[in-house]
Design a protein around this ligand. Structure first.
Ligand code: SAM
Length: 267
């Protein structure tokens, strides 16, 4: 089962980092000169970003796609008119060239990420279409790396790729002018249990023992002591957020009516 489905009802109360990242993504969208009329949000969760988009750009059509039926249901409850689709980013249920903008926030690290995924995204876009995303990078939850290796090994983390990989994927999948950068957000929690709760209730379970060895109470206490920061007298948790965007190249028709790339015309 998608871990988010189990946390759909607690997600909104605890997803303050995700909301902050959504805001930063929206600010970036504002800065990119680009015509938008048909947007797909990939991994829309409970719909915060889609709702903000609709508010900010009332004339724009926003489709919200998420793998989790339960997350989409929470979205739909908040906004009956939301256009929610349950679908997989790795196999998007849309025709080619359907959207002028694809947005995705904190979802791609839950997918099997490679150039092929980005090629699928590119196929969904019309020429000059924009892909803008945020994704968790390798320093996410870096505080856990302070744990002894035998304990760290028992924890379960996503595959957090370096931002250069995203640049490469974009370049190798029919996008042009990719731009990637990252920002770190560190949150201080007054107790370790609040920190763990914040992670768990937004869909991530790093101490899930289904695939890894069981974490004992003693080991849990060691993790707790490793994450304590004397300087701030708090438990810290870092989110390393990679932001990326790229455009689909413009294309035009050749004599046979086939679409050709602008760079081929220039030859
Ligand atoms: C961390 S949440 C982010 C949700 C929302 N974008 C936000 O910022 O609040 C990740 C979301 O990605 C969805 N997800 C995970 N894998 C997916 C996939 N392959 N296709 C579509 N959605 C996926 C999850 O169901 C979850 O709602």
């Amino acid at each position: 089962m998608n871990p988010f489905s189990k946390k759909a009802t607690t997600y909104d109360t605890h997803s303050f980092i995700q909301k902050e990242v959504n805001n930063r993504l929206l600010n970036r969208l504002d800065l990119i000169k680009h015509d938008k009329s048909n947007i797909l949000e990939i991994g829309s969760g409970t719909g915060k970003l889609s709702q903000d988009l609709e508010q900010k750009y009332p004339d724009v059509n926003v489709i919200s796609m998420d793998l989790s039926h339960e997350m989409s249901q929470v979205h739909k409850k908040k906004n009956y008119n939301a256009k929610c689709i349950v679908g997989d980013a790795e196999n998007p249920p849309f025709q080619l060239s359907t959207f002028d903008t694809l947005l995705s926030s904190l979802t791609l690290h839950w997918c099997n990420i490679d150039s092929n995924l980005f090629l699928k995204f590119s196929n969904l876009l019309i020429p000059n279409g924009l892909l803008l995303f945020s994704v968790a990078g390798p320093d996410t939850f870096k505080e856990f790396k302070k744990c002894p290796p035998d304990i760290y090994e028992k924890l379960r983390f996503n595959r957090y790729l370096d931002m250069h990989h995203y640049g490469d994927f974009l370049l190798h999948s029919d996008f042009k002018d990719p731009v990637v950068d990252n920002e770190q957000i560190t949150v201080e929690f007054s107790t370790f249990s609040k920190l763990m709760k914040s992670i768990r209730l937004t869909g991530t379970n790093i101490t899930d023992s289904t695939n890894r060895a069981h974490i004992s109470k003693a080991e849990y206490n060691i993790i707790k002591s490793c994450l304590y920061n004397d300087a701030s007298s708090s438990f810290e948790l870092t989110y390393d957020i990679i932001f990326g965007y790229a455009l689909k190249p413009a294309k035009t028709l050749n004599k046979s009516g086939k679409l050709i790339k602008i760079k081929e015309i220039k030859k």
